[in-house]
Write a protein that binds this ligand. Structure first.
Ligand SMILES: NC(=O)c1ccc[n+]([C@@H]2O[C@H](COP(=O)([O-])OP(=O)(O)OC[C@H]3O[C@@H](n4cnc5c(N)ncnc54)[C@H](O)[C@@H]3O)[C@@H](O)[C@H]2O)c1
Length: 428
């Protein structure tokens, strides 16, 4: 068994497979990550302390930067990044490179499964021809399919094992093999009729989230104008046992998944002469969300403190794209910080997961900034504290007691039962 790519998705998957009893090798180009994993280091913050150490120590799992190990594997799963290009179009270059490497070691009888998010048709039209270059045929000599990752980093309720697994392939034998394999790993498999169907499932799920997040953020602004608290509305609406599913307002969307999948869907729709205007509008609204929050910060500084944003000191709390994870990819918090600074504010951030900001594709100029330690004096030095991400390990009581103006994009004070007195809290 081998997984190619040991990131947020590939590593939990590889560990789950080895925990199910398969001898598993995780292949990754990043040698320092390979070294850290083999040394039993935690590498993903929300993992139990000893999960990697136990897997490595148990002898069923190891990491490697040597592609030659692929020759020994009966099953190869691909979990490499599928980001957007500089032109904000699907970038399958990591998949192509990984598949070209696999093709060098491909032998009869192997099962190859793509797990990275791609557009419908990519496994058949991009992956399969590369693997067949050496003369072996998919569905006859080797087997091929697609099974989307549904990992939700940091989710304590659903793990790789307990999330039902969609399995799709273009021929019956490949589909059967995929289904048999994953049935050992996860509690439920959901076979579908083709790779393209399985690829589409992932894009539909993420586009559904994209549209609903845009919808609830739109309603937040309208409810606010009506003097109604959207969080209270959503909480009450969520009691309806059918026909409604809660989505919560926030400062925008981030991560490597939700902002990216709808672009893949939209691109492919155009490619085949169709279109997805509702999804495209939701994307635009989500892309604009951080700017709206920054403008709202400026408005509240003036309305509540008589200050202009120019020259104001603002602390952003939570810089990761979602709570309790150490991931800044496409984080709206970075966009808010950047926007406020362009408006003339002086910004700092506090995030327990990021003592120092890493290099990001969207905001490379912010790399190297340091997280500010929270303290009474420090907090009093800011004109506004903006909660962009609701990590649980932040001292909200200290912020509530000390900050001059608190602007909360996540309803965190309410949900954590932290009282903010003196009318200085505004949900934005
Ligand atoms: N992170 C999520 O929440 C999430 C959830 C569901 C699906 N996905 C999808 O899963 C896929 C992987 O995402 P991720 O978050 O794990 O990415 P990641 O960036 O965390 O990890 C990818 C890993 O692949 C390695 N890699 C890249 N090219 C390689 C190659 N040719 N050979 C070996 N290793 C290589 C990188 O070094 C990196 O360690 C993407 O398609 C993503 O859209 C991600």
């Amino acid at each position: 068994m081998a997984t190619v790519g040991l990131g947020y998705v590939g590593l939990p998957l590889a560990l789950t497979i080895s925990e199910a009893g398969f001898s598993t090798t995780g292949v990754d180009l990043n040698s320092s990550r390979v070294k850290a994993i083999n040394a039993g280091e935690k590498v993903i913050s929300y993992f139990p302390e000893d999960r990697i150490r136990n897997a490595v120590g148990g002898g069923r799992f190891r990491a490697s930067d040597e592609a030659s190990v692929l020759a020994e594997s009966d099953i190869i799963l691909i979990c490499v990044p599928t980001p957007l290009s500089a032109k904000r179009e699907p970038d399958l270059s990591y998949v192509v490179k990984a598949v070209e490497t696999i093709a060098q070691w491909l032998r009869p009888g192997q099962l190859v499964v793509l797990e990275s998010t791609v557009w419908p048709g990519a496994t058949t039209t991009v992956v399969q021809p590369i693997l067949e270059r050496g003369g072996l045929r998919a569905g006859e000599d080797f087997f091929l399919g697609f099974s989307p990752e549904r990992e939700d980093p940091g989710n304590e309720t659903f793990s790789t094992r307990s999330i039902p697994k969609i399995v799709g392939a273009d021929d019956a034998r490949s589909r059967e093999l995929l289904d048999q394999f994953y049935a050992h790993i996860v509690t439920e498999t959901v076979p579908v009729s083709s790779s393209a169907t399985a690829e589409a499932v992932k894009l539909v799920e993420n586009s559904f989230r994209t549209v609903n997040i845009a919808l609830v953020n739109e309603m937040k602004v309208a409810m606010d104008a009506m003097g109604v608290d959207i969080w209270e509305v959503v909480k009450a609406a969520a009691t309806k046992p059918f026909g409604y599913m809660p989505f919560y307002p926030g400062p925008g969307i981030g991560g490597d998944c939700i902002p990216v999948s709808p672009v893949y869907l939209s691109w492919r729709a155009k490619d085949v002469g169709s279109s997805v205007p509702i999804i495209d509008l939701a994307r635009t609204n989500n892309d604009n969300a951080p700017d709206l929050i920054a403008s709202r910060v400026a408005t509240e500084l003036t309305r509540q403190s008589g200050l202009t944003v120019e020259g104001a000191r603002v602390l952003i709390v939570g810089i990761a794209y979602k709570k309790d994870v150490e991931d800044t990819r496409e984080s709206p918090a970075l966009a808010i910080l950047n926007r406020l600074e362009n408006m003339g504010a002086a910004c700092d951030y506090h995030d327990p997961y990021f003592p120092v900001l890493p290099l990001t594709r969207d905001h490379p100029d912010l790399a190297g900034r340091k997280s500010v330690e929270l303290g009474e004096k420090v907090l009093q030095g800011y004109d506004a504290v903006v909660v962009a991400t609701d990590h649980r390990n932040v001292d909200y009581a200290l912020i509530a007691r000390t900050a001059r103006l608190v602007l909360d994009t996540r309803n965190v004070f309410s949900s954590m039962n932290v009282a903010v007195t003196g009318g200085k809290l505004t949900k934005i």
